[in-house]
Design a protein around this ligand. Structure first.
Ligand code: HEM
Length: 331
């Protein structure tokens, strides 16, 4: 299946202005979502509408032999699949503070055997704030800054939160742990369900989780106050000169009743897991160099053969809004 086609279709539509019409009929298309993100974070020239602050790395994904025996996708064929990686801070503020207890993200774009490709874009939080794109629009609308005062309406946010307590789970999860001491020392969750085609001919629902090989390492209470605001990029650049960053790529399998299309609900930690590979980030990539990822997009629907998306409505919403954000970055 060509999700690249979807992306380029969206780009073509954006270029012809057709999305402006779509906005009237579909309240949650990519244009609307990016406008809503801009309403909260401002619009910053050439920057991503979310994940605005970040830097590039390179490495590879090496699947386990067990994964190839069990699943058909070229992702699991033996070898080291080259990966272009981008680490980011969540949200659209290009000057966000690396010490803050907020979201960290990872984008991975892989070249696979059989001329296939695959993207991942995940974060260090196992559940999303909203369960549908419509709900995410509401969530962002209530947090929009007043265009005159530049302030948020705290009373409206409190009232919305009280009426929608499930939207607070993400914030509680983030605040409960110190900010990661390194982009290499945190897990990343892809949170949506995907289906892996099995060698048994069946389709297996899974969620991806990247577990850092050294476990979670957060800033100490002292470091949360004293580290420089922009320490993450320099820390990674220094770290990979002596040792690569490595994550075990795990898939979680659901139990009967676990939601397959609601990213607001994390599957419990006790679910069966399987290691399907290792992600290795072994070099820092300088801006402007041949492998610079700044102009790339990490589309969660860019999937290889043998991997299908679930019907989680967030996936289409993400894919279309990433395409819009990509177009706007070059305007
Ligand atoms: C409907 C929900 C969501 C919307 C509308 C949304 C929107 C966006 C947009 C517009 C971008 C900028 C894309 C670009 O310019 O390339 C972005 C980046 C990103 N998003 Fe989302 N997002 C959503 C959900 C999520 C979720 C659930 C995750 C994590 C599991 C996530 C992780 C990321 C990451 C890591 C980036 C930065 C990727 C990069 O480095 O290029 N997003 N998002």
């Amino acid at each position: 299946m060509s999700k690249t086609f979807l992306l380029w279709s969206s780009l073509a539509l954006a270029a012809t202005g057709v999305t402006a019409q779509a906005e009237e009929t579909n309240p949650v298309d990519g244009e609307v979502l990016v406008n809503k993100l801009n309403g909260v974070f401002g619009r910053h020239a050439a920057k991503r509408a979310s994940g605005a602050k970040g830097f590039c790395a390179a490495g590879y994904l090496e699947p386990t032999a067990e994964a190839g025996q069990r699943f058909t996708s070229p992702l699991f064929q033996p070898g080291q699949h080259q990966a272009s990686i981008r680490f980011s801070n969540g949200g659209g503020n290009p000057a966000s503070d690396d010490r803050a207890r907020s979201t960290r993200g990872i984008g991975v774009k892989m070249e696979l055997p059989d001329d296939d490709t695959m993207d991942w874009a995940g974060s260090n939080v196992p559940m999303f704030v909203a369960s549908t794109p419509e709900e995410f629009v509401e969530y962002l609308t209530v947090r929009a800054k007043d265009p005159v005062t530049g302030k948020k309406d705290k009373a409206a946010i409190d009232a919305y939160s009280k009426a929608n307590p499930h939207t607070l789970k993400t914030g509680k999860y983030i605040k409960a742990r110190p900010a990661p001491a390194s982009v290499a020392s945190t897990p990343y969750f892809m949170i949506h369900t995907f289906y892996l085609e099995g060698q048994d001919g069946k389709s297996h629902p899974v969620r991806w989780v990247f577990q850092p090989e050294g476990g979670y390492v957060g800033l100490t209470a002292e470091q949360e106050k004293t580290m420089p605001k922009d320490f993450l990029e320099a820390e990674f650049k220094g770290r990979v000169t002596s040792a690569p960053a490595r994550w075990s790529i795990m898939v979680q399998f659901p139990k009967e009743g676990d939601p397959l299309n609601n990213a607001n609900i994390a599957w419990p930690d006790d679910r069966e897991t399987m290691k399907v590979g290792t992600l290795v980030a072994n070099s820092y990539v300088t801006k402007g160099s041949a492998n610079d990822c700044t102009g790339q997009v990490y589309d969660p629907l860019a999937l290889p053969d043998g991997i299908e998306p679930s019907d989680d409505p967030m996936l289409e919403a993400r894919s279309s809004s990433y395409a819009v954000s990509l177009t706007r970055r070059s305007e």
